[in-house]
Design a protein around this ligand. Structure first.
Ligand SMILES: Cc1ncc(COP(=O)(O)O)c(C=O)c1O
Length: 367
């Protein structure tokens, strides 16, 4: 089949032809046209969270994790103490990177099939006044669980603690309003729900927080204070920008606005998620999470309970039918994941369900 497979993965994901075509132009990194593109993109990203006047967007080269590291390096002073609320793989990664960067880090682990708890956070902040910042993952992509952003932000605000939000897999799809949710830094990336291509992240920082961050970072490349100061002064990125990725994201954000912004994107992803879950349920496959805590971003399914099941073969058979699935990330139970995000709709999801059905028949799997 002379067509790209549909990526049912949480980034890289399937992009539109318009977004792909936006990468066919070379840009000079010092050129006024490219500076204008960056400035407009930053403005549009800020508008998505209603952060005009109060926050700034600082883009950074690299995959999403680079921006999470940069947010921690920039916002948390070297003698700070980060509490990470952990209910999955990306929370653990946050804890690991904060530890490796030499910040004192406490990891509070919870079950992977439940959201993190604002009540528990409240108790922990009461018990340990040395905690200065909380690290929080909005949608834990390891399972697909939605964590309670507003409740967590309210507890942090009440205790006067900083909050760093990893909104990598939720930004653009789930509502985030900086006028109502108080955070120090919120991190996302180009190749997720905005449907750009991977290669850059961005951090939305509260202005009054960023103003106090000079000299916090132990790393030159990860210093968002410096990146921001340079960009404000010159209009340019500090080091070589991922020009084609920026152009693709600017094009993708234009389409995001045309589609109707965050509410429209959420509606499409919800529809994708419902088509997927109801279709795979009919095939006998059950989601790992309860529906009320499932974000419409990525769904973890229990693997077929059949000795003939093996992810590699299952994956290869679905790929032959034009669909790229994602392995599970749980250690205790055999699972696989299916993303609901990207430039796809109900038709593609229904075709994906059909492909999984055919794959199961071919492998002779029962559930
Ligand atoms: C919640 C979350 N955090 C961080 C990341 C960043 O990962 P990467 O560095 O591979 O882009 C991802 C990517 O899927 C994610 O879903």
């Amino acid at each position: 089949m002379d067509r790209d497979a549909i990526l049912l993965t949480p980034g890289p994901l399937t992009t539109t032809l318009r977004t792909k075509l936006a990468m066919l132009r070379d840009w000079g990194s010092w050129d006024a046209d490219f500076n204008a593109l960056t400035a407009e993109l930053r403005r549009q990203l800020l508008a998505i969270v209603h952060g005009e006047g109060t926050h700034v967007v600082v883009p950074l080269q690299g995959s999403g994790t680079f921006s999470v590291e940069a947010a921690v390096a920039t916002v948390v002073p070297r003698d700070g103490h980060v509490l990470v609320l952990d209910n999955g793989a990306y929370c653990k990664r946050f804890g690991k990177l904060a530890t490796l960067m030499g910040r004192r880090t406490t990891i509070h682990a919870r079950a992977e099939d439940e959201p993190v708890s604002a009540e528990e956070l409240d108790a922990m902040l009461r018990a340990d006044p040395s905690i200065t910042h909380v690290g929080f993952i909005h949608c834990e992509t390891g399972t697909g669980v939605l964590n309670p952003l507003k409740a967590i932000a309210d507890v942090c605000a009440r205790h006067g603690k900083g909050l760093i939000v990893d909104a990598m897999s939720s930004f653009g799809a789930l509502p985030i309003d900086a006028r109502e949710v108080r955070f120090d830094a919120l991190v996302a990336a180009s190749g997720k729900c905005l449907e750009g291509v991977p290669g850059m992240g961005f951090v939305i920082l509260r202005k009054e927080v960023l103003a106090r961050c000079e000299g916090h970072s132990h790393s030159l490349a990860m210093d968002l204070y410096d990146q921001h100061a340079y960009m404000e002064k010159t209009g340019q990125w500090r080091f070589t920008p991922p020009t084609h990725v920026v152009a693709a994201l600017a094009e993708a954000v234009g389409q995001f606005v045309e589609e109707g912004g965050q509410p429209a994107r959420l509606a499409r992803y919800r529809d994708n998620c419902e088509t997927l879950v109801s279709g795979l349920r009919e095939l006998g496959l059950k989601p790992f999470l309860k529906p009320e805590i499932q974000a419409p971003i990525i769904v973890t399914f229990h693997a077929p309970n059949d000795p003939k099941y093996e992810f590699k073969t299952f994956y290869a058979a679905a790929k032959r039918r034009g669909f790229i699935l994602y392995p599970g990330k749980l250690t205790q139970v055999e699972t696989f994941r299916v993303g609901c995000i990207g430039a796809i709709g109900r038709n593609e999801m229904q075709q994906a369900v059909n492909a999984v059905g055919e794959t199961m028949r071919e492998m002779g799997l029962s559930t």
